[in-house]
Design a protein around this ligand. Structure first.
Ligand code: MSP
Length: 505
């Protein structure tokens, strides 16, 4: 059986969840749902990153201990994910004992292998990134290239990870596995960075205690990023259940934002190599969601929380927007107007109309009992192509494309109804055939769209009179044309996606 292990970054608990975090998490959730449809053994991991200076500082500002701050804010992420129907298999918190065990085991191994050594370092440091920068990377001589905030000069005697020794092995890894980092532009960025020459990096801190203790050096804790990355190994049993770890590793799919590219595509693979493990099989990198052309941030006061949008768009409307409108890869501009327009066009009109129309005519012309599709329907080859193309798109982490394909089938079915106008014709076999075909399209769409809009897909399934749920279908064989049996009671119900008022109208 194929296995699919998908991860999101673990989110810092100094911040509240916003739509940028939700975007990655919804994408991971939809991919996991897709792979469950395929019958893959699937493991979907998300969680929170709870150590480091930023968390310690934000706790202090909130008048809490770091433990309290982490617990309060980690819970907020879990609540947000529950509100968005995020069906993760595991939620990891880096303050859990299992994570201390895995971090210490993995880095002890790297230390035993001679890749972690004591040294001293001085350099510009951005507290918001929790990272040192080279002078040449700073903007205007002293600003962090990500946050455009002044960096601070830090000096510490620390344990250093001998990253410089992994340059050739990292280049070989990428050369042999060109699909390991997608999209290609991001792979090239990583290659460029490695080719410039890698420097050793400071891996421990003595200046704070809020971190995982270094097992061989009392008083030192691992710098937050080095414990954080290991969460992906912790959750599948590293250091506690080796057999389980090797069942899942290295066939992972990491989803990350472009700002954490180096950590995932350079440091993390090298850490694994240092501990004698394989680098991750796949890192999929996405751009930022911009609001008014700018990255969301606390300081710019332009953060949008999922809860700001849910009452109006609903869970499925929210999920659909971020999967369909924000392509996975490039930056995308979030706009409320765009979200309303997409919701109305795709969900209220195309999807909603097809479902409502078919149910209305079935009620009138067939006494509410859905007829079976015809085996040689003109829609059959369209459906087969859509199932194949949407599947391929999910397979290469392109939800927007997968949903566009799925909606192609909806558009074709609407056009087919308009061409045949079953609502005008007298009841009889010709009308039955058209309606049966449309019902079969709805069945297929309910399954294909279920990773994005699970609630509406399940509701539609029930309205078609089908037993169980769309997630019971095995893809692709369960989507072969002709699966709608006919003879089932079809129900119209309220609109699945009520139309929204266009802003300003
Ligand atoms: N804790 C680290 C990740 C450790 S993973 C081992 C971290 N956390 S974060 O909460 O700051 O960011 C988590 C993810 O959210 C990153 O992938 C980041 O790119 C993403 N986003 C934060 N703001 C974003 C947008 N405005 N748009 C899209 N994603 C963005 O980094």
């Amino acid at each position: 059986m194929a296995r699919f292990y998908v991860t999101t970054p673990i989110y810092y608990v100094n911040d509240a969840p916003h739509i940028g975090h939700a975007y990655t998490t919804v994408t991971a959730d939809a991919l996991a749902r897709w792979h469950r449809l395929l019958g893959d053994e699937t493991w979907f991991l998300t969680g929170t990153d709870e150590h480091g200076l930023k968390v310690a500082q934000s706790a202090e500002a909130a008048g809490r201990t770091p433990e309290e701050q982490a617990a309060v804010n980690s819970a907020r992420f879990r609540e947000t994910w529950a509100a968005l129907d995020i069906d993760y298999d595991d939620f990891i918190r880096t303050t859990e004992p299992r994570h201390y065990a895995a971090t210490q085991a993995l880095l002890q191994k790297a230390h035993d292998n001679g890749f972690i050594e004591l040294d001293s370092y001085e350099g510009p440091y951005c507290v918001a990134c929790e990272a040192y920068y080279a002078e040449a990377e700073l903007v205007d001589g002293n600003l962090c290239p990500i946050h455009l905030r002044p960096v601070e000069l830090f000096k510490e005697e620390n344990y250093f990870f001998r990253l410089s020794r992994f340059q050739d092995r990292l280049l070989d890894w990428i050369a042999v596995n060109p699909g390991a980092i997608t999209p290609e532009a991001k792979r090239n960025e990583v290659l460029g960075f490695i080719r410039q020459g890698l420097e050793d990096v400071s891996m421990t801190r003595t200046s704070l205690s809020w971190g995982v203790p270094v097992p061989w050096a009392p008083g030192h804790v691992f710098y937050v990023w080095y414990d954080a990355l290991i969460n992906y190994a912790t959750a599948i049993g590293y250091g506690t259940d080796d057999e389980r770890f090797h069942r899942w590793w290295p066939a992972v799919h990491h989803l990350i934002g472009k700002d954490i590219l180096r950590f995932h595509c350079v440091y993390w693979p090298a850490m694994l190599m240092a501990a004698g493990e394989d680098p991750p099989a796949h890192v999929h990198v996405h751009g930022f969601l911009l609001v008014g052309g700018e990255k969301m941030s606390k300081t710019r006061l332009n953060q949008i929380a999922p809860a700001d949008l849910l009452p109006e768009f609903g869970v499925d409307g929210f999920r659909y927007h971020f999967l369909r409108d924000q392509q996975f890869g490039p930056d995308g501009d979030f706009s409320y107007e765009g979200m309303v327009a997409r919701y109305n066009a795709d969900l209220a009109n195309n999807f909603g109309n097809l479902a409502a129309r078919v149910a209305t005519v079935v009620a009138r012309a067939c006494g509410g009992i859905g007829p079976a599709p015809s085996p040689d329907s003109v829609l059959a080859p369209v459906a087969a192509a859509v199932v194949a193309d949407a599947g391929a798109a999910w397979g290469h982490v392109a939800p927007s494309e997968a949903l566009d394909e799925t909606w192609r089938l909806i558009r074709e079915a609407n056009a087919y109804l308009e061409a045949n106008e079953p609502w005008k014709a007298a009841p009889g076999p010709a009308v039955d055939a058209v309606l049966g075909d449309a019902l079969e399209v709805l069945r297929i769409v309910a399954v294909l769209a279920s990773p994005a809009i699970p609630r509406a897909a399940a509701a539609l399934w029930a309205r078609l009179g089908l037993p169980g749920s769309p997630t019971d279908v095995h893809v692709p064989d369960g989507l072969a044309w002709g699966g709608y049996p006919g003879g089932l009671p079809v129900e119209k119900g309220d609109p699945l996606f009520p139309r929204l008022a266009t802003p300003g109208s």
